[in-house]
Write a protein that binds this ligand. Structure first.
Ligand code: F0G
Length: 464
């Protein structure tokens, strides 16, 4: 008897679970009280009061047995730790950059880079700056300018690489500002604030060519480089047969350096780095690293953190993992789309972004529709996402408030944490919230800081 080989359509989690963490169920009545106590700001909720936590994919993933075993065998030497050299070798192998400056997380790398190279009157173009990147650029006195392609701002438009930089606008900006006022051009892969959308290899190469033509350094915000590599493999002509590691290497080959949060595609709970080619810039950055992070062979990380990241960078590039990862996001996206819920199309790499602007057209942007929908998900199902809209981006440097270009609820997936039945549950709750959307009301901020206000603002619902 010879059976026919067959291929399943179900893409399963490419791991088995050997250590579990219980999650806690609460009633809707309890959640109503808990949210009120948290001043209607999900950032102020306790983790134990959340059933499914999609606040972020940053530092929330599950580590592998390989990572844990590396952590046990780490070298905690203050100077010259072998764990540093292991990390350095992994970073060099994947990015090709000459210098590694470890930091405790991504924003510390941003701080070091922008404090060193940017100043008042400078402009830093990117496809879309993430909020901490923007904050560091502005903190250095410079302007953070977003130049993503038009399709990247239209939630419903289909485009395989909606994270691409608008090359025409980039050249216009350089001509308008002058290359001497642009210390660096950045590109964020994948474009987190624009829906987790990828950037094509062709676009990265073209940005690099423009940067070279004008003599401007080009850096990649590489937080989700592996997910971006997978999208290039699956969507860009000519890359179908290439391995994701080679695609990643090619992406980095066009740049002069990168900032990295190892809490994403480093598959670790903490860590990050700045990596770059210039000897002179590396030396200046190291001076600041010693001041703010630590000695250059550990930066802000323990030896065991560096071991976790050294392994995690390769695990993030594993193709069975990436296939499952990207598919599990699309699986939720497909269910919501079938139910008529508007989401950013196509689904991105690490999160589903629900478009609350159109869905809650009865709530004006200055009453934060995405915030309102996100809170409804918590009340109805104990789910915590994050608003990417006017609360996050509306406050201008001059103190005024301006509606953000999109009102999104981001549901970001921790890596290797939730299973398909968790996702089925999520879809049920979201669809239920959507059915009750006409009952939702806006919010007002009653107290909050000027910078990064979404983290700590206190809000109140606006009653009829
Ligand atoms: N750049 C991007 C594109 C990011 O998404 C983040 C963090 C950072 C830089 C900063 O890295 O947190 O290690 O300091 N994003 C997290 C998020 C917080 O939820 O998207 P960090």
């Amino acid at each position: 008897m010879k059976l026919n080989e067959f291929h399943t359509d179900t893409i399963i989690e490419p791991f088995r679970i050997r250590s579990v963490e219980p999650i806690r169920f609460t009633t809707m009545e309890e959640r109503t009280q808990l949210l009120k106590k948290a001043h209607y700001n999900p950032f102020l909720l306790k983790g134990r009061d959340v059933l499914i936590d999609l606040l972020t994919d940053s530092g929330t993933g599950a580590m592998s047995s390989q990572q844990w075993s590396g952590m046990i065998a780490s070298d905690e030497s203050y100077a010259g730790s072998s764990s540093f050299y292991r990390l350095e070798s992994a970073v060099k192998d994947i990015t090709g950059f000459k210098h590694l400056i470890p930091t405790h997380q991504g924003r510390a790398a941003e701080n070091i880079l922008f404090t060193t190279i940017a100043g008042k009157g400078d402009v830093i173009p990117s496809n879309t700056h993430f909020d901490t990147t923007r904050a560091h650029v502005e903190h250095a006195g410079a302007e953070a300018r977003d130049l993503v392609i038009e399709e990247g701002k239209q939630p419903r438009t289909q485009h395989p690489f909606k994270g691409n930089m608008d090359l025409g606008k980039l050249e216009e900006t350089i001509k308008e500002v002058g290359s001497d006022r642009i210390p660096v051009i950045m590109i964020t892969v994948t474009n987190n604030s624009g829906g987790g959308q990828p950037v094509s290899m062709e676009n990265i190469r073209s940005v690099s060519e423009i940067a070279q033509e004008y003599g401007i350094p080009f850096f990649i915000d590489a937080c989700r480089f592996a997910e971006n590599a997978w999208f290039i493999k699956s969507r860009e002509k000519g890359f179908e047969e290439k391995s994701t590691i080679d695609i990643a290497r090619q992406m980095f080959s066009y740049a002069d350096g990168c900032t990295m949060s190892a809490k994403k595609d480093g598959m670790a709970n903490i860590g990050g780095f700045l990596a770059l080619n210039s000897d002179e810039l590396a030396s200046e950055c190291r001076n600041l690293e010693i001041l703010t992070e630590g000695f250059p062979t550990y930066g802000g990380m323990a030896g065991y953190d560096m071991e976790a990241v050294a392994r995690g960078l390769y695990e993030a590039l594993d193709e069975d993992y990436l296939r499952y990862r990207i598919r599990s996001i699309a699986y939720l996206g497909d269910k919501l789309t079938e139910a008529g819920i508007p989401i950013v199309q196509p689904t991105g790499g690490h999160a589903v972004y629900i478009d609350a602007k159109e869905m809650l057209s009865h709530i004006p942007p200055t009453q934060y529709p995405a915030w309102s929908f996100n809170n409804a998900l918590y009340l109805l199902g104990g789910i915590r996402g994050v608003e990417i809209g006017t609360v996050m981006f509306g406050k201008q440097p001059d103190g005024t408030e301006k509606a953000a270009s999109m009102e999104l609820v981001r549901l970001a997936f921790p890596r290797r944490v939730y299973t398909q039945s968790h996702v089925d549950y999520l879809a049920e709750v979201i669809i239920n919230a959507y059915k009750q959307r006409k009952k939702l009301r806006g919010y007002k901020i009653v107290d909050g800081p000027d910078v990064l206000r979404h983290f700590s603002a206190k809000l109140e619902p606006i009653e009829d």
